[in-house]
Design a protein around this ligand. Structure first.
Ligand code: G4P
Length: 528
């Protein structure tokens, strides 16, 4: 008989939803929650106002009406226990978005059928590839005019470098959207346009069904038969092994807003994706079913309660079971401790929890001891999980304090905010901390920095945008950056750990550096 630990871990599915803003990620998430019974009213999650209730804590987010930090939601569907990791969807997303993907076992990529692969999807996808996690594609908004489905698949394959396998196939789009053909089940789910948020009626019919022509029209029937023949003959066959290793993405067409194709997608996805996967540590792979608890910190959320300047550390449980009040070892800090106020997001609410299992995400009160990537585990174990890479910022500013008497607070504030992972700090080679180069993934983080330094540390700063767009870590450890031949618009800098990096104004300068320094090895990801 399967024991309870195994049963609980086996039924967990932990995934991230990625997309470019406006592709429909929030709408799709909401429909998932509806099916799971976690919310009863469509619109409870979606919509700018309601979004605050779900994931916004920081004042600045409220002012802007956006969600800066990624949030986690847990709900039950059939016998599955699902953890959805939401990634901030607006233009100004942050490094947290990337880190969230480190906590997921798979990713759902939502693509707008009229737009195809967009910039933010591209960036997030690159991070998914780092870990070869399974990627499932939901091509959304088929109820609107869409691009040719073959072109969409080709674009995904070309631009993202992953093979695709459509599980269903659309019949028309926009006003002419008639539904989808489910290839494996060999049946048609017919779409009936409705404007409401109730589930659309699904009529089932076989390809050979004489009523098919009446249902979808003669032209659509012919196009469908031709398309399916082409797909069956020339397309990549479904292969679960390849899906599980992130080499083949199952593709689903649907319309989240009208609820069309969402539940079949959820059901297939839950079957195809994996239960919690083993994680690498310094002592080899850690099996999720190992009864000893272990977790790593992937995100630190500051300022939940301004009065206390407290933080919440979000951890992904990698093995065993967590119980409230249990003693654990904080490996990097070398200390035994009890995790206090463990909590989980259940749709809109945050709840104190009694227990959690491998695959789950918990938030714990952090008195300022955790850093991103830290391991927490049963005291008998000495596991240390592989760190989370540092992702390349894309925007840079020179930052200094206005009042030089506030130097100490400035250093403390910037260092702490950097430790939480909201910004990255760099210095000129051999430079001090009175003036730092701040790098961010999304420019909103500059506002967050300014706001927090003023409000929490009472420091005013002066910020000057720098014209760099690319940063690369120098991988050669024994290379003196001063000896490099670089174009005049390239800057040599270092991070607080003493790693050497280069700042480039454009891609041309990167190529120039590589052509003139044959031994130079550059990386887009920093060691942690
Ligand atoms: P995001 O989280 O990826 O940024 O996207 P979100 O779900 O907020 O959806 C962006 C817009 O696209 C919303 O419209 C939403 O209603 C619409 N949308 C999502 N899925 C579909 C779909 O399947 N079909 C169609 N036709 N539209 C869809 P909005 O007007 O920007 O927001 P709202 O006023 O509806 O909240």
């Amino acid at each position: 008989m399967v024991n309870q630990l195994e049963h609980e871990i086996n039924r967990r599915r932990t995934f991230a939803i990625i997309s470019h803003p406006d592709a429909g990620k929030t709408t799709l998430t909401e429909k998932f929650l509806l099916y799971g019974g976690a919310i009863t009213l469509a619109g409870a999650v979606k919509g700018k106002k309601a979004k605050h209730a779900v994931s916004d804590w920081m004042e600045i987010e409220k002012q802007r009406g956006i969600s800066v930090t990624s949030s986690v939601m847990q709900f039950q569907y059939e016998d599955y226990c699902i953890n959805i990791l939401d990634t901030p969807g607006h233009q100004d997303f942050s490094e947290d978005t990337y880190r969230t993907l480190m906590a997921a076992d798979s990713a759902v990529m939502v693509i707008d059928a009229s737009k195809g692969v967009e910039n933010q999807t591209r960036k997030l996808f690159k991070v998914c590839l780092l870990r070869d996690i399974p990627i499932f594609t939901f091509i959304n908004k088929m109820d609107r005019e869409a691009r040719n489905p073959f072109d969409l698949l080709e674009e995904i394959e070309q631009e993202l470098g992953i093979k695709t396998c459509p599980i269903n196939w659309p019949i028309g789009s926009g006003k002419e959207f008639k539904g989808v053909y489910e290839r494996e089940k060999k049946r048609i789910l017919a779409f009936t346009a409705n404007n409401g948020q109730r589930e659309v009626e699904a009529v089932e019919a076989d390809l050979a069904d004489p009523d098919l022509e009446q249902l979808i029209g003669r032209e659509h029937r012919q196009a469908l038969v031709d398309d399916i023949e082409l797909l069956d003959g020339a397309g990549d066959a479904f292969d679960l092994g390849q899906v599980r290793h992130g080499k083949l993405s199952p593709v689903f067409f649907g319309s989240a807003l009208t609820n069309f194709g969402v539940e079949p997608f959820l059901e297939d996805f839950l079957k195809m994706t994996t239960a919690p996967l083993p994680r690498h540590s310094n002592l080899g792979e850690v099996d999720p079913f190992d009864p000893d608890f272990s977790a790593f910190v992937f995100k630190i959320q500051a300022n939940m309660n301004k009065a206390h300047r407290d933080r919440i550390a979000f951890m992904r449980i990698c093995s065993g079971k967590f119980e409230k009040g249990m003693e654990v070892q904080h490996v990097q800090g070398g200390k035994k401790m009890r995790l206090s106020q463990p909590q989980q997001m259940m749709a809109q609410d945050r709840e104190i929890i009694e227990e959690a299992y491998a695959g789950d995400i918990i938030g714990v009160f952090d008195p300022g001891i955790f850093s991103i990537g830290d391991t927490v585990c049963a005291p008998s174990k000495k596991w240390e999980f592989e760190g989370i890479p540092t992702f390349a910022p894309e925007h840079f500013s020179l930052v200094r304090q206005v009042d030089t008497m506030k130097r100490k607070q400035f250093i403390k504030g910037t260092s702490q905010i950097a430790q939480e992972g909201a910004i990255q700090i760099f210095q000129e080679l051999g430079g001090g901390m009175e003036e730092v180069i701040v790098g961010v993934v999304g420019t909103l983080q500059f506002d967050v920095l300014e706001h927090r330094l003023k409000n929490e540390y009472n420091v005013d700063i002066r910020m000057e945008g720098l014209p760099y767009q690319y940063i690369r870590w120098i991988e050669n450890e024994d290379l003196d950056p001063k000896t490099l031949q670089l174009s005049s618009d390239t800057k040599r800098i270092q991070d607080l750990r003493g790693n050497h990096l280069l700042l480039f104004a454009n891609e041309w300068s990167i190529r120039w550096a590589q052509e003139h320094n044959k031994e130079l090895r550059l990386s887009e990801f920093g060691r942690s």
